[in-house]
Ligand binder design. Structure first.
Ligand code: GLN
Length: 450
C-alpha cells in the first residue's frame, strides 16, 4: 500500500467513525497532497523512517497553515505562521499529518470535557471519558483513526488518557523533546510525548522527535536509541514498587494489573523491591500550585492585542477584560485565578515558595528511591475511565485523577504508561518511571511485557 492509500484509508475511517468519538477537531485538508509528496520523495530514493505514516497531533502543537486552537474560543481561528519542531521533524521523516485532536482547553484537565468544542468519547465505552488532556489523541489511536499520535504531558496528559484508552503513552525526560511550537501551559513541566498501540510504534516516533533542538533553550543534547532498546533484554534489572502509590485508593483492576505486570517480568529475570517516596503525598498540591502559577503567567499573552480573539471595549483595559472573559472557559479561568493568587506578594512565600521547596524534596526522595532500583512502578491512574460528567462539577475530584502522574513532571523524569489489563471491559494501565535520560530502559521493559 502506498502513502496515498494509507492516508485515504484513515481519512475515510475518520469520516465514518469520528462523529461518535469526536477525537479530531479537524483533519488536514493537505493530507493527501502531503502523502503524494512523500511518494515522490520515496521515488527519488530518500530514506524516510516514517514514510507515509499518518499521524494525529494534539491541537496545542503548532502546524503552519493549519488551525491550532488549543480547544479554546480564544484561539478559535488561529493559524500559526510556523510549525512546531516535532511537526517539522515528522514531515522530514515522511509522516503525514492527518489532523488535529481534541483536548481540554489549553491542556488543563483530565477528561477532555473542558474542550470549548465538546468532549471526546472513550472508544471502549462511548458513555465514558477518554481521560485528558490529550483525550483526542488517545481516543484516535485506540479507535484506529490514526496509527500514531502526539500529545503533551504537563501533569499526566499523555499517560493518563493512554491508560484509560488502552494504548501506550510516553512522557520523555524533560528536555528530550523540543517544546518549540507547543503552546505553553506550565513551561517547567510541559513535554510533548507519543501515543501508539505498540511499544515499537512509540519507539519509532521517539527516534524521530527525540533529539536536540536549538530552538528550545531547555533542549538536552542526547541521541535517541529507542528502537535499539527493543533488542535489549531486561534480565538483571531491578524495579522498585512505590509503596505510597499502591497502598490505598486503587480499584481492584488496577491492583491486578500491577500484579500481572510483576509476574510476567519476574518470569524474565527482573527483580522487584519495595521503595518509598515519603513526600509523594504532597505532589498533587505542589503540582497544582506550580502549574497554575506558571499558567497565569503564560496565558497573560491572550489579551486581544496580538493574536486570537478580540472583543472591543470602550478602552484597551475594557477590551482586555472582555476578550479574556469571553475567550477563556471556566477551568482556565480557575487556574489563572489560583496562579495569580499563589504568586501575589504577601502570599508568594506561603504558596509558590513552599511549592518550590516541596518540589526539591520530592526530587531528593526520588533520588533515594533510585538508589535501590533502576526503574519504578506505579499505577498510571487509580481507576479506569469514568462516565462523562462524573467529575465535571467537582474540581478536586477531577484533580485527584492525576495523583499518580503529576509527581513525575515535577521531577522531570521519563515515564511510560503501559496497557496492562482490563476491569469490567475497560482498559487499565501501569506506569514505569526511569532515571533522568534513561528513557530507553523503559522501552526494554515494556517490550518484555508486551
Ligand atoms: N490533568 C492535569 C491538569 O489538569 C495534567 C494536564 C496536562 O498534563 N496537560 O493539569
Amino acid at each position: 500500500t502506498s502513502p496515498t492509500e494509507v492516508t485515504e484509508h484513515y481519512l475515510k475511517r475518520i469520516t465514518r467513525l469520528d462523529s461518535q468519538i469526536q477525537a479530531f477537531l479537524r483533519t488536514n485538508p493537505a493530507a493527501l497532497e502531503e502523502a503524494r509528496q512523500v511518494e515522490r520523495r520515496m521515488a527519488a530514493g530518500e530514506d524516510l523512517p516514517l514514510a507515509g505514516v499518518p499521524i494525529a497531533l494534539k491541537d496545542n502543537i503548532c502546524t503552519r497553515g493549519l488551525e491550532t486552537t488549543c480547544a479554546s474560543r480564544m484561539l478559535e481561528h488561529f493559524v500559526p505562521p510556523y510549525s512546531a519542531t516535532v511537526a517539522q521533524r515528522l514531515c522530514s521523516a515522511g509522516a503525514v499529518i492527518l489532523g488535529k485532536t481534541n483536548l481540554d482547553e489549553f491542556a488543563m484537565g483530565s477528561s477532555t470535557e473542558f474542550s470549548a468544542f465538546g468532549p471526546t468519547r472513550n472508544p471502549w465505552d462511548l458513555g465514558r471519558v477518554p481521560g485528558g488532556s490529550s483525550g483526542g489523541s488517545a481516543a484516535a489511536v485506540a479507535a484506529d483513526l490514526a496509527p500514531l499520535a502526539l500529545g503533551s504531558d504537563t501533569g499526566g496528559s499523555v499517560r493518563q488518557p493512554a491508560a484509560l484508552c488502552g494504548v501506550y503513552g510516553f512522557k520523555p525526560t524533560y528536555g528530550r523533546v523540543s517544546r518549540y511550537g507547543l503552546v505553553a501551559f506550565a513551561s517547567s513541566l510541559d513535554q510533548i510525548g507519543p501515543l501508539g498501540r505498540s511499544v515499537r510504534d512509540v519507539a519509532l516516533l521517539m527516534d524521530v522527535i527525540g533529539s536536540y533542538d536549538r530552538m528550545d533553550s531547555t533542549s538536552l543534547e542526547a541521541q535517541p536509541h529507542f528502537t535499539a532498546a527493543l533488542e535489549a533484554h531486561p534480565q538483571g534489572f531491578t524495579i522498585g514498587i512505590v509503596k505510597e502509590a499502591i497502598q490505598v485508593g486503587n480499584t481492584e483492576g488496577v491492583v491486578k494489573a500491577l500484579e500481572r505486570f510483576r509476574e510476567v517480568l519476574e518470569g524474565q529475570g527482573v527483580r522487584f523491591v519495595e521503595v518509598s517516596i515519603p513526600s509523594l503525598e504532597y505532589a498533587l498540591a505542589t503540582y497544582y500550585l506550580v502549574c497554575t502559577s506558571e499558567a497565569s503567567s503564560n496565558l497573560a499573552r491572550y489579551d486581544g492585542t496580538l493574536y486570537g480573539l478580540r472583543v472591543e471595549g470602550a478602552d484597551i483595559t475594557e477590551t482586555m477584560m472582555k476578550t479574556r472573559a469571553a475567550g477563556f472557559g471556566p477551568e482556565v479561568k480557575r487556574r489563572i485565578l489560583m496562579g495569580t493568587f499563589a504568586l501575589s506578594s504577601g502570599y508568594y512565600d506561603a504558596y509558590y515558595g513552599r511549592a518550590l521547596r516541596a518540589r526539591a524534596r520530592l526530587k531528593a526522595d526520588f533520588e533515594m528511591a533510585f538508589a535501590q532500583a533502576d526503574v519504578l512502578l506505579t499505577p498510571t491512574s487509580p481507576f479506569p475511565a469514568f462516565p462523562l460528567g462524573a467529575k465535571l462539577e467537582d474540581p478536586i475530584a477531577m484533580y485527584l485523577s492525576d495523583i499518580d502522574t503529576v509527581a513525575i513532571n515535577l521531577v522531570g523524569l521519563p515515564a511510560l504508561s503501559i496497557p496492562a489489563g482490563f476491569e469490567s471491559g475497560l482498559p487499565v494501565g501501569v506506569q514505569l518511571v526511569g532515571k533522568a535520560l534513561e528513557d530507553e530502559r523503559l522501552f526494554t521493559l515494556a517490550n518484555a511485557f508486551e
